[in-house]
Design a protein around this ligand. Structure first.
Ligand SMILES: Cc1ncc(C[n+]2csc(CCOP(=O)(O)OP(=O)(O)O)c2C)c(N)n1
Length: 603
């Protein structure tokens, strides 16, 4: 582990430069988060300088900005395996390193983790202090205020560094972000450095700082946080190591909850990234000199969804929509710029996004919630309590369903089928290719009797367009794509494409099979299923097996006394690691070759 505690400021600055070079080189070759992590390098060095990573909980919100922490804690030599299958994760992961305190990937959990840590430390009577690094974007989520509410009341020692780069992935949303910007303009910011130095110089070397004295020194600039019961310090320059270190030292001494407001530049140290924050938030491999991506982007399900919804929204003013801080990721950005009064980014606020759209449905609008499968987990109670009990026709467009690749276990979209199919009133369906995705958007638009949700993968489908005839979605209707009286491959969504690949391998091996596209998980096409003669059913879909489609079909078969053999090739009951979809599926033995092999063995 790099020992930075003995370094002087110049050496620390050189280290920051070296870390930025390493991050740039690696991310340009492997892809990953870039601008957030470049901007946080100096703050992370400060954390390591002032606190003790061997005992103090270092808590990174989302943790996409923690590459410098990884490099400072034993992962320098392995860093070129970043986000690769079997390599180091793009997020903090205790299973990877003892210096990663907590798993993170979803936003705005850090202060709750710190409050938990502070309670445990107090109960265990230990001399440790939790330190949090959280971005301004993450401050839009409700969970942050639940944690601050208790923290300010309990007054436990926690140091929170608010890394304010004035950006979420896209533009930050809402009143909090406006408030933080206003703090920058205050007098405190301009005069801070000088005042700060004078203050430190005026302190005798051996004096025991009393908390009171320090409290008096700092202005009441951050009144909002002070009302919560926290000490507020800042804004400070989050790229000035001297300032960072001195401020952190004081915050540590206060032995109470402190929030240090640090202004940083997202992408700091890479000119191409500074100012173009959104593009550089997360990138695929690129040319370091020009900043150009090495591969041109291809057509994606997100783009197809976005274009189709834009077309419908241009014709019908009742269509409204929401994204929770993922305007580009979900394709809502184009709709927001075309119809700013009908499409909203609500910030990292999935719960609020879901409930507010329930009200719009109640008021007669046609709301679309465009959301990643993994992030809808955060709005699950709202789906049940606010959307489904009231039976409001909110349309959930679930992006990044299935294995998402390099983001790994915190981001896999494998639970939505299981958690949604058990909720009354919810209609669940899925397209199999780009053309049927357009039909899915149309169906969701027309269907008004209840909430509905359709899922599609990151990037392209497994199935190319034009292989099977495209039909409209009809409520609860499945489709037999290829008939067979003995063996049926039953696919759902992107699983249909995989079923087709398996079908081809079986054919090469002299085995004939049929393919059903289930289309609807709910309501299930019981009528069609009962007509299937084949008694061997192989279920293929990119979601978790537990609570998945195989289990559902097994229940259906049992209830109807059908004599069928069912085997599911959905994903196993474990958290799925990062890597390319192909690599991860091979590892899980759920790629087309492994599935075909197993079916052949089975037969
Ligand atoms: C619950 C949840 N919703 C959405 C995301 C996607 N996401 C990852 S980072 C990020 C922006 C965070 O902004 P900020 O906290 O300011 O950090 P920065 O990237 O600017 O350093 C978002 C929206 C997430 N990780 N978790």
């Amino acid at each position: 582990m790099t020992d930075i505690k003995t370094m002087n400021i110049k050496e620390l600055q050189d280290l920051a430069k070296k870390i930025r070079e390493k991050i740039l080189l690696t991310v340009s070759q492997k892809g990953g988060h870039l601008s957030s992590t470049l901007g946080a390098v100096d703050l992370i060095i400060g954390m390591h300088y002032v606190f003790d990573v061997k005992k103090d909980p270092f808590i990174f919100d989302v943790s996409h900005q923690a590459y410098a922490h990884k490099l400072l804690t034993d992962r320098w030599d392995r860093f070129d395996t970043l986000r690769q299958f079997g390599g180091i994760s793009g997020y903090t992961k205790p299973a990877e390193s003892e210096y990663d305190y907590f798993v993170a990937g979803h936003s705005s959990t850090s202060i709750s983790i710190a409050v938990g840590a502070a309670k445990a430390i107090k109960l265990k009577k230990e001399n440790r202090i939790p330190v949090v690094l959280i971005g301004d974007g993450a401050m839009s989520a409700g969970m942050v205020y639940e944690a601050l509410n208790e923290l300010g009341y309990l007054k436990l020692p926690v140091v929170i560094i608010l890394n304010d780069n004035e950006m979420s992935i896209g533009k930050p949303i809402g009143a909090i972000s406006k408030y933080l910007t206003k703090l920058k303009a205050g007098k405190f910011y301009q005069g801070f450095k000088e005042k700060f130095k004078t203050f430190l110089n005026s302190m005798p070397k051996d004096i025991k700082f009393t908390a009171k004295k320090i409290e008096e020194f700092f202005s009441v600039n951050g009144i909002f946080f002070e009302e919560f019961g926290l000490e507020y310090i800042g804004p400070i320059n989050g790229h000035n190591l001297e300032e960072i270190i001195e401020t952190l030292k004081i915050a540590k001494m206060l032995k109470k909850p402190v929030i240090i407001h640090a202004k940083t530049i997202k992408g700091k140290g890479y000119k191409q990234a500074e100012g173009y924050y959104e593009h550089w938030h997360g990138v695929s491999p690129f040319d370091l000199k020009t900043g150009k991506p090495l591969k041109e982007p291809t057509m994606s399900a997100t783009k197809v969804f976005s274009k189709k919804l834009l077309e419908l929204a241009s014709r019908d003013e009742k269509i409204v929509g929401v994204t929770a801080a993922m305007p580009s990721g979900t394709g809502m950005k184009d709709l927001m710029s075309e119809f700013p009064e009908r499409f909203w980014d609500v910030g990292i606020a999935e719960q609020h996004a879901v409930t507010s759209m329930a009200t719009l449905a109640k008021e007669g609008f046609k709301p679309f919630v465009a959301i990643y499968s993994t992030f809808l987990q955060r709005g699950y109670d709202q789906v049940i309590h606010d959307v489904c009990i009231g039976n409001f026709p909110v349309r959930f467009a679930i992006d990044r369903a299935g294995i998402v690749g390099a983001d790994g276990e915190t981001h896999q979209g494998v639970f939505d089928v299981g958690y949604l199919r058990i909720v009354p009133n919810m209609v669940l369906f899925a397209p199999r290719d780009f053309e049927t995705l357009k039909k899915a958007v149309e169906f969701a638009y027309i269907y008004e009797k209840s909430p509905c949700a359709f899922r599609y993968p990151r990037g392209a489908f497994e199935l190319d367009d034009g292989i099977f005839e495209v039909k409209d979605f009809e409520l609860g209707k499945a489709e037999i794509l290829i008939e067979n009286k003995k063996i049926m491959l039953i696919g759902y969504g992107n699983g249909v494409g995989k079923a087709y690949k398996v079908w081809k391998i079986l054919k090469q091996n002299g085995i004939d099979a049929g393919i059903v596209d289930l289309r609807f998980v709910k309501p299930l096409d019981e009528e069609l299923l009962k007509t299937i003669e084949a008694d061997k059913w192989y279920v293929i879909s990119d979601n978790a097996k537990k609570g998945g489609i195989g289990e559902m079909l097994a229940g259906f078969v049992e209830e109807n006394n059908l004599n069928k053999y069912i085997k599911s090739f959905e994903y196993p009951d474990e958290f799925i690691p990062h890597g390319s979809v192909k690599e991860v599926e091979k590892f899980l033995k759920k790629d087309e070759e492994s599935i075909a092999k197993e079916i052949i063995k089975d037969l």
